[in-house]
Design a protein around this ligand. Structure first.
Ligand SMILES: C[S@@+](CC[C@H](N)C(=O)[O-])C[C@H]1O[C@@H](n2cnc3c(N)ncnc32)[C@H](O)[C@@H]1O
Length: 416
């Protein structure tokens, strides 16, 4: 059996597993990525098995396959940072856990037994270690120790900044996982950024939020007729910042000619974000795929009614870097009431919330027009936001304001 570990954000394992399940489903081939398999009329994913959080490795999903999977087979996945071809997952004996030198000696012995396609002598390599739990050593110790084994076995030289081959030696409590990365170690960096403030969301989280805005049941009014990863109708991100969610949504739609085109809208209250999103779209040849404008997300009904919006997907201020002085009760009330006026029954509002989750829960509980389908608690670099998935119920009189006018895609100005 060939084993691969795929890294996503902790908490997003079920979303990545669902994405893989979409590839393994009957009828889907990997035509785009693996022409040989497509030509043979089969999917390389057909006989694979998927396991979330393998042996307690949070943030990882394991795929086992009777046939080796080529690196390109993973290129279709949007919610993954890196793919590890696993050579061994072995427990480090407890006897070694108090003495750093013994512990490293044990790791050296375990690494030396591993059978892995080591780098060729002409290639450069780096060893990386992700450590979860308490150990008598730190990550650079492990990287140097395993690096010594790899250099000795392969004759390859170390290059930490731009290695040809990246080896992982990860420790999850008493478990050592050793493997080699397949393809790019930064599969999430799929776009070019002209404007990238610190608040920019990762494309992996953006792709996950988009998936969660889509109904998986094909009979559901919010289900896309062809693509289970996207909602039906137009997509709106009213807090676009640098535009990650809109860029990810537009790239999917543009990439797949079978997916009928529906508009993607992006808006922000800050003029620099509006200009930055436009610059980012242009840098990725997506300028015509998204309408960007300046608008206040706490008054969605003023701008977005009757535009065929099927889902609202966004990452509003958390109140940490942005929005420290916001009244979050009022903010979430206005956002939810505006979204209820814009979305049809079955339409979803997917939003990230961090410290003010309690306020958001409180506002949702007061509003019968929203059904809280679920909250996915995830980790993003030491912060633990929740992805709230809300669905518009078919109840309650929603006050609709005047329908918005058409927007010029180039200038963002109203046409009336
Ligand atoms: C966390 S950032 C969004 C980051 C974005 N997802 C990205 O990838 O770059 C929140 C954004 O909301 C915007 N914002 C704050 N209050 C707003 C409001 N009332 N209406 C619209 N945008 C607002 C801020 O200007 C900021 O760009």
């Amino acid at each position: 059996m060939n084993c691969y570990h795929l890294r996503t954000n902790p908490g997003l394992e079920p979303v990545l597993a669902a994405e893989i399940a979409g590839l393994t489903a009957a009828g889907l081939t990997t035509a785009a990525s693996v022409p040989d398999a497509a030509a043979a009329g089969r999917s390389v994913w057909a006989d694979t098995r998927t396991e979330e959080v393998p042996r307690g490795r949070r943030g990882w999903v394991a795929v086992t396959s009777p046939e080796p999977l080529p690196a390109v087979a993973f290129d279709e996945l949007r919610t993954v940072y890196e793919v590890l071809e696993v050579a061994a997952t072995v427990p480090v004996p407890a006897a070694a856990t108090t003495d750093g030198d013994r512990y490293l000696a044990m790791i050296r012995d375990l690494a030396a037994e591993v059978s892995l396609p080591w780098p060729r002598p002409a290639e450069s390599f780096a060893v990386r270690c992700l450590r979860v739990g308490n150990h008598p050593v730190n990550s650079p110790d492990v990287e140097r120790t395993v690096g010594g084994v790899v250099a000795g076995a392969s004759g390859a030289r170390v290059n930490l900044s731009a290695p040809d081959v990246t080896i992982r030696a990860d420790l999850d409590d008493d478990l050592l996982t050793i493997g080699r990365l397949l393809g790019s170690p930064t599969r999430d960096r799929r776009f070019t950024w002209a404007y990238r403030p610190r608040i920019t969301l990762s494309t992996v989280v953006a792709a996950a939020c988009l998936r969660l805005s889509a109904a998986t049941d094909p009979q559901h009014p919010g289900a896309h007729p062809h693509d289970p990863a996207l909602p039906a109708g137009a997509i709106l991100d009213p807090f676009c910042g640098s535009g990650t969610i809109a860029i990810e949504a537009a790239a999917r739609r543009v990439r797949d000619p079978d997916v009928p085109w529906a508009p993607v809208y992006a808006a922000d209250i800050a003029p620099e974000a509006v200009a930055g999103t436009r610059a980012n779209l242009a840098a990725n040849a997506l300028a015509r795929a998204v309408v960007v404008r300046r608008a206040d997300a706490t008054a969605l009904a003023d701008t977005w009614v009757d535009r065929g919006i099927g889902a609202i997907v966004c990452n509003p201020p958390f109140g940490v870097r942005l929005g420290r002085r916001l009244n979050f009760d009022q903010f979430y009330r206005e956002l939810l009431d505006g979204a209820a006026a814009v979305l049809p029954p079955g339409g979803r509002l997917v939003l990230l919330s961090s410290r003010r989750r309690g306020r958001l829960n409180h506002v949702i509980a007061d509003r019968p027009q929203w059904w809280l389908r679920g909250v996915h608690l995830i980790e993003i670099g030491g912060v633990f936001p929740g992805i709230f998935v809300l669905e518009r119920r078919d109840v309650g009189a929603i006050v609709r304001t005047t329908p918005g006018a058409d927007i010029d895609p180039e200038t963002g100005a109203r046409a009336d």
